[in-house]
Design a protein around this ligand. Structure first.
Ligand code: HEM
Length: 378
């Protein structure tokens, strides 16, 4: 099974072929933690992440070889399992640089990127503070859910006393492709998702739309990216009662093949001009694909890397289901432009509720022997 190195120019888990499973966690740095403690935490996290992504236990002794009278260094549930394509991606939230009250806890305020501020409130947002924000984030993706959970569990344990879990999210099926070698998966609306995504085979698009450039902002972030996470509840009971015609109108693509309603096959470019009956465009003015398309958004593209979730049900017997949307982009402004367009006009809004939101600056990859985010503290 796949092994993705932890150290490198960019962090893994962004352009890496999207794995099937996710455990995402946001942390708040614990009161009393110093700048030196924070650096030590990032160092400890990096060493552990390098071990786990290579398929090894963490620590000197791992799960079962340590002193008999001490808690094992590794929690053990990954023993005997392969690396399963595990990637661990770290990010820094706006509140790491400056608290809501303006405090510069770690001497980082001068290095806060101008764009790393809370996302604007979008029309229709119903955000829950307990599912939003965070000083730090870790995205663990793998092809085995146990491996992704093991990673977050052990990193949370390492953080004890320095950073505490604020919120976390499991995802059980990818809703994107980030490589042309992957088949397009489906989201919980039953539609193919990820067709028009940025793919690893488009390096020019990645340079233009994904990675922070060396002259974009603070030098420490060059080669990094911005991660947006949105917990989007899907009212699937209502969706499931809508006609196939309505479902395809809302998306702007066919449900079976995923082809644009203007014709062709899955990867045919949509044609928004072609009209059908009554001179109406074949791809509805309010369809998701039209409103999210680069031609409607100043040429903007983003890299989507989200996951399906079902977290039990609510008191009305409706599944608490949806899409844990994750996107990476060179600037948060790209996400906001597209999201504002969608929030205002998307026919899909009838079936959606945005309940969680977070933005993180994702530093470049760590050099071998160094730790993630080192240039920020240099
Ligand atoms: C395309 C579903 C939320 C941005 C698509 C497609 C589907 C889909 C089925 C067409 C296939 C594809 O190209 O991947 C959903 C669902 C959502 C959601 C179910 C929420 C639960 C969002 C959000 C954004 C977004 C929040 C960004 C703000 C895009 C973009 C495209 C796209 C940029 C590609 C458009 C193109 O270039 O043709 N989405 N989406 N989506 N979506 Fe979403």
């Amino acid at each position: 099974t796949a092994v993705y190195p932890f150290y490198g120019k960019h962090q893994a888990g962004i352009l890496t072929p999207a794995q099937d499973r996710l455990h995402f966690a946001a942390f708040d740095v614990t009161d009393g933690t110093s700048r030196a403690d924070l650096i030590e935490l990032l160092q400890d996290w990096s060493v552990a992440a390098a071990a786990m992504t290579a398929g090894r236990d963490i620590g000197d002794y791992g799960a079962v070889s340590g002193p008999y009278d001490a808690p094992p260094e590794d929690t053990g549930e990954a023993v005997g399992l392969p690396a399963s394509g595990l990637t661990i991606t770290f990010g820094f939230g706006p509140s790491l640089f400056r608290t809501a009250a303006g405090a510069d806890r770690f001497g980082l305020a001068a290095r806060q990127p101008a764009e790393l501020v809370d996302l604007p409130h979008f029309p229709g947002d119903m955000l829950d503070d307990a599912r939003s924000g965070g000083d730090l984030c870790i995205q663990a993706c793998a092809n085995d859910p146990q491996i992704a959970v093991h990673a977050i569990r052990n990193l949370s344990r390492i953080a004890f006393g320095r950073a505490a879990l604020r919120w976390s999210q499991l995802g059980f099926g990818r809703t994107s492709s980030t490589s042309t070698s992957q088949a397009t998966p489906r989201n919980l609306f039953g539609f193919k998702d990820g067709t028009a995504n940025i793919k690893a085979e488009e390096p020019a698009a990645a340079t233009e739309h994904l990675w922070v450039g060396s002259t974009d902002g603070p030098a420490w972030l060059a080669g990094g990216s911005y991660l947006v996470a949105r917990r989007i509840r899907m009212t699937i009971e209502t969706w499931d009662r809508s006609s196939l015609r309505e479902q395809e109108r809302v998306i702007g693509r066919t449900k079976g093949e995923g082809a644009p309603l203007s014709g062709g096959t899955e990867f045919t470019e949509p044609d928004f001009e072609i009209a059908g009956r009554g001179d109406l465009p074949l791809i509805d003015e309010a369809s998701h694909v039209r409103l999210a398309h680069p031609t409607q958004n100043d040429g903007i593209r983003i890299l989507r890397r989200g996951y399906n979730f079902v977290d039990g049900n609510d008191s009305l017997g409706r599944l608490d289901a949806g899409l844990f949307f994750i996107s990476f982009q060179r600037t948060p402004q790209s996400f906001s432009t597209v999201q504002l367009n969608l929030a205002r006009h998307d026919a899909m809004n009838e079936y959606l509720k945005h309940v969680g939101s977070a933005l993180f600056a994702v530093p470049p990859g760590a050099a071998t022997g160094s730790y993630v985010g080192a240039p920020l503290f240099a």
